[in-house]
Design a protein around this ligand. Sequence first.
Ligand code: NDP
Length: 235
Amino acid sequence: MEKSHKIVLVSGAKKGLGFEISKQLARPGATVIMTDRDEPNSKKAVETLKNKGLDVVFFPMDITDLGSIRRAREFVEKEFGRLDVLINNAGIFIDDKISGLEVDAETVLKTFKTNTLGHLLVSQSFIPLMKKNRYGRIVNMSSGLGTLDEMGGGYPSYRISKTALNAVTRILAAETKGTGILINSMCPGWCRTDMGGLLADRSPEKGAETAVYLATLPDNGPTGSYFRDKKQIRW
Ligand code: NDP
């Protein structure tokens, strides 16, 4: 396969922003591996894009399960021999009615395991493949709710998990500097998905734009930064 053909992997790809990002990135010259933990619905989502003529494949990956992450890495290595773009998109939001004064340890840990640790482990698994090729773009799907500069009350476990994901971005970006891998965080804005709800002011199409921008950065692009609407924002 030609080097200019990009191999992309998206987590949490069966619906919402992950689905939309997969759709936008699966243009000519790219193969998108759509991963998610819910196999029957994910396969249906992948079929929808295949029927539009897009080059997408499905592979199951639960980002809280190390064995599952390992199997996905082995699949990518065997089928494609490399990974160019990783979109760490999967996420959960299970404390929208809980305050920081009341949130229980289980909710904080469960959210952290998916929204932070899952993306760290997936990145650790795929970065060696990117390093071999001296090329990689990693997009960590964070949220304005995790921005310290805008931090307020409510949604404690979600906020903490996204602030920590931003720390993962900075740490891995520092540790991969000069290897051809660019790692950035982004906030998609408030988007109409199952998570965002119907009242959200943005379409998933709009929310996906910055992810596509960061996934296709030129070699001299930024790393270890935080974006919204394709512009750098404060942490
Ligand atoms: P959705 O809930 O619509 O989609 C999230 C997807 O991630 C689902 O398919 C979900 O599967 C999957 N997922 C959850 N846990 C895991 C796991 N352990 N392994 C693999 N897949 C998993 O959310 P959105 O599309 O709205 O959000 C996508 C990302 O964008 C999230 O990280 C979210 O925090 C972030 N974001 C969203 C905003 C919004 O307004 N929508 C705003 C800011 C950030 P399942 O259905 O089984 O749970």
